[in-house]
Structure formats: C-alpha cells, structure tokens
Design a protein around this ligand. Structure first.
Ligand code: 6GU
Length: 230
C-alpha cells in the first residue's frame, strides 16, 4: 500500500512515521509512506500557500493552486483509490472504516490547517472526508497520523502474531480484556489465579467473560451493538 500525505507542516508527521510499527512496515516494504510539503509546489515568488478568506471571516485559508498542482502531479503518476481530507466536519473515523481503507492500494491524505482549505479543493479532488472525533485540533496532521497508524497496523504481515490485530478492542465490538505481567504479586495485589493455571481452555473462557463484563460496564452502547449482531 502507498499512502501520500499532503501537509504544510511535514515535521509534525516525521516522528509518528519514524518509529515502532509504522517504521517496521516501511522497512519491510509493506507500505510506502510519503510526506509532501505544500510549500514545495507554490509558484508564488514569496512561497505563499495561504490567504485571507473571501467574505471577511477571520483566519487564513490554504490556497487551491499549490494543492491542485501537487494532486494533479500525483494523479498523473498512478491511480488513487481515495483522496481523503482530514477535517472536523468529516465522517467520524471508526474501525470498520479503517478496515476498508486498509484494503486499498494508493491513497492520498490531505491535511488542512488554519481555517482549512479552499472549498474548491474539496469539491474538485476529495473523495472522502474524515474526522477523528468531536473536538477541534489545530490542524489535520495529528489526525492524519492517527488514521495512518490505524490503517497500517491492519495490513497483513505488519503486526507479528504476538501483536495480532485480531485481539484488538473494537475488532468484534468488544473491549479487550485486562492484561497482567510479572510480578504475580505486587505489594499484595495479585494476578488472578486462573491466568497462572496453565489451563488454556479455562483462561480463554475467563478472558472472553472479562471482555464482555468490561464492555457492558464501560461501553453499554457497544454492548447493544454486540447483542443486535448476535
Ligand atoms: Cl481531521 N482535523 C482537525 N483540525 N480537527 C479535528 C479533526 C481533524 N478531527 C477531529 N478534530
């Protein structure tokens, strides 16, 4: 899979893309991640990429020309399955959306900043608009990092068996059960006996029950979904 991220603040994405699972996925050539700086595509002699909004509202708007130049160049090189714009007024990201995106071959993720991008960028180029939740961030970069991480960890062979996405919270609408490691006794706080028993059948039943218990308690809304789908 290839993910091309377009931003006016590329350094905000450097660290999230350079560590842990995203780093290994790139090293293993399972994914190609590219970050494009909008400022490299302006034809303006002062490298201007934003301007005041028409109509007098406060705040700067990313201009269409550099973004159009860049997206058209990328589109001339390969076919894109989706061109996504990160915006708080987009559809709210969830695991099923991420599962679908993880099956694609080439995607562009455009990050807005300031007051966002000129509406005509959205009208002409964008095929999907995504928000990561009902709160406002200063820009789309952190949201793009969240989306990219969620997508890439689902691609086959990115995670090892040990970190398998199959046991993730949300993969079956259930929250993940509690986990413990050594020491078995910390200042009198003991790990549940069953986990030390070596009885895999019993352990697996216990974990399933804990996942259900947790979901009912912490996320009754998710539990309703589980019941409806049974
Ligand atoms: Cl995608 N962008 C911004 N700026 N704020 C957000 C968001 C995106 N999702 C939630 N809040």
């Amino acid at each position: 899979m290839r993910i091309d991220v377009i931003t006016c603040l590329p350094s905000l994405l450097e660290s999230p893309f350079a560590h842990s699972i995203l780093k290994r996925a790139q090293e293993k050539k399972i994914v190609e991640l590219n970050v494009y700086d909008i400022r490299d595509y302006t034809l303006d002699k002062h490298k201007k990429i934003d301007d005041y909004a028409f109509g007098g509202e406060a705040g700067m708007v990313l201009m269409i020309e550099p973004i159009a130049l860049l997206i058209n160049k990328l589109k001339s090189e390969r076919q894109y399955d989706e061109i996504i714009y990160m915006t708080p007024d987009g559809s709210q990201m969830n695991q099923s959306m991420v599962n679908q995106l993880s099956l694609l071959k080439n995607i562009i993720i455009l990050c807005g900043h300031y007051k966002g991008v000129d509406q005509r960028v959205r009208d002409i180029f964008i095929t999907k608009e995504i928000s990561i939740g009902d709160y406002v961030l200063s820009g789309g970069e952190l949201a793009a990092a969240v989306l990219t991480d969620a997508i890439i960890r689902l691609i086959p062979n990115v995670l090892s068996d040990e970190t398998s996405a199959l046991t993730d919270t949300f993969q079956d609408n259930l929250l993940a059960p509690p986990v413990y490691t050594r020491p078995a006794n910390f200042e009198g706080n003991e790990v549940p006996d069953i986990l030390l028993s070596g009885n895999h059948q019993k352990i697996s039943e216990w974990l399933d029950n804990k996942a259900i218990e947790r979901t009912k308690e912490k996320r009754p809304d998710l539990w309703e979904k589980v019941i409806k789908e049974m």
